[in-house]
Design a protein around this ligand. Structure first.
Ligand SMILES: [Zn+2]
Length: 309
């Protein structure tokens, strides 16, 4: 299990942290972080801890952030930012990654991640640097702080305003982290019948895209309010049910097994993940599902729920 602490720097309303056009730094940082989390979820044993407020409304203190990473025993910390020089438009440009002075583990992490951010952003390489930043100094694990580009650069802002660039940079970050830990992709690459909520989505837009009503979407996901958040995994049904049975994890972490044997623990899966059921068994008097992947999971409804599509 790799515990990955991420933050998107600041909050939406943190004073000063904006482009000369008034765009908020956090919104750029958050796009990359949300994408990174989305793509990290495609790997086995990637446990992401978000240190900032995922809504951006609260600027969580730096001390609270490093305290959380330390108390959760995160394996690495990545703080994602965008730079500013004068606050007026200029032609300075580029991507840089910081680690704490003298931290060889921080340097290793920076070397493993920085080239991927460069390829995602497509900007000048300003290199790997050191700085006595709080997030790097007060964290107990290897930590880096990335400045993806300059908010007050007429060159960099073009990339930052392009959601494709933000998404591919988040993907590059996720892949670099996965490679750093040697994580393997989940078999099947993505779950059938699920959708990860993106910034700006509403229940209405998601239900329209999947030929459902809002009522059906809420019922399928046991939603009691209309609140959804970026990164949330929703079950969506497609037109023409195939009658296939799926099992969804409803607790934060759950074992899957190599064999129909409660002792044959393979690895853990995370809340919201969905798997296709291939067979239903009874093992030591309890329900166990054989999954399409060949692994096994409990059928106990305290831990999972089952649905048909
Ligand atoms: Zn920043």
């Amino acid at each position: 299990m790799a515990k990955i602490a991420l933050d998107a720097g600041h909050g939406i309303n943190t004073p000063g942290k904006r482009s000369p056009a008034g765009e908020r730094e956090w919104t750029f940082n958050n796009k990359v972080v949300v994408a990174a989390i989305k793509y990290l979820n495609e790997y086995e044993n990637a446990n992401v801890i978000r240190l900032d407020d995922p809504t951006g409304n609260t600027d969580v203190s730096l001390t609270a952030r490093t305290n959380k990473a330390n108390s959760e025993n995160a394996d690495i910390l990545v703080s994602y930012h965008h730079n500013a020089n004068t606050g007026q438009w200029g032609t300075w440009t580029g991507t840089e990654t910081y680690h704490y002075p003298g931290s060889s583990a921080g340097l290793t992490l920076a070397r493993n991640v920085h080239p991927s951010i460069l390829s995602g952003m497509g900007l000048r390489d300003r290199g790997i640097k050191t700085a006595n930043f709080h997030m790097l100094r007060e964290s107990n694990m290897p930590a880096i702080l990335i400045e993806g580009g300059f908010m007050d650069s007429t060159i960099d802002i073009v990339q930052m305003r392009d959601n494709t660039v933000m998404d591919r940079t988040g993907k590059a970050l996720a892949e670099a982290i996965a490679s750093h830990f040697g994580l393997e992709r989940k078999s099947g690459g993505g779950s059938p019948g699920t959708y990860t909520v993106q910034p700006g989505d509403t229940l209405w837009s998601i239900s329209q895209a999947h030929n459902m009503t809002v009522t059906e979407l809420k019922a399928l996901n046991n939603l009691t309010t209309d609140d959804i958040y970026p990164g949330q995994i929703l079950i969506v049904s497609y037109e023409g049910s195939t009658g296939t049975m799926f099992v969804q994890v409803i607790v934060s972490s759950l074992w899957v097994y190599d064999a129909p044997d409660w002792n044959a623990r393979h690895s853990t899966v995370s809340q919201g993940e969905v798997f296709t059921i291939a067979d239903t068994l009874t093992v030591d008097g309890a329900t166990m599902y054989k999954l399409k992947s060949g692994l096994y999971i409990t059928g106990n409804t305290n831990y999972v729920r089952v649905f048909e599509q």
